[in-house]
Design a protein. Structure first.
Length: 163
């Protein structure tokens, strides 16, 4: 039992299993239905999520280092982080409403008007772009906070402490 615990501690066993599962393609068909599991596609999705988490962890470590070194006076506030969960929910909800069918300019039947909420073909890209923009905004806030702290420390003459 101890050897198994050591093995789980020493190696990223869950990651290894997920990596192996990413290579699996499973498909099942019946006369009335079909289902499939596309391992590589799901594996890419998992890698993207893990990558995003790692980028935010790296950012958090840089922020902690900046606080410890005194480059930041206090932890900055990241107002735009709220956009990520709102964007995910907005992209996940799908809706469609359409008016009556009419004959269009090319003689084909079309809706007189159509309203669609959230394009299912683009919502993954939308969420990734949103996360990237929010992360870049965090970088700007952190850089400005470090700059502001360094400017304040330069303004204090030697031998005089801020009170």
């Amino acid at each position: 039992m101890k050897a198994l615990q050591d093995w789980f501690t020493k190696y990223p066993v869950v990651c290894i299993l997920l990596l192996l599962a990413a290579c699996v393609h499973y498909e099942e068909n019946t006369a009335t239905s079909s289902s499939s599991f596309h391992g590589m596609f799901n594996g890419l999705a998992v890698l993207v999520i893990v990558g995003i988490v790692l980028v935010f962890r790296i950012f958090s470590a840089i922020e902690s280092l900046s606080l410890a070194k005194g480059w930041l006076g206090s932890k900055p506030t990241y107002r735009y982080d709220i956009l990520i969960p709102i964007g995910i929910v907005a992209a996940a909800v799908h809706g469609r409403s359409a008016g009556p069918m009419i004959t269009g300019i090319h003689g084909k039947p079309v809706y007189q008007w159509e309203f669609t909420w959230s394009d299912s073909t683009l919502n993954g890209y939308f969420i990734l772009a949103l996360i990237a923009v929010v992360f870049l905004q965090r970088v700007v806030v952190l850089i400005r906070a470090i700059e502001s702290t360094s400017r304040r420390t330069l303004e204090v003459p030697h031998g005089h402490e801020e009170s």
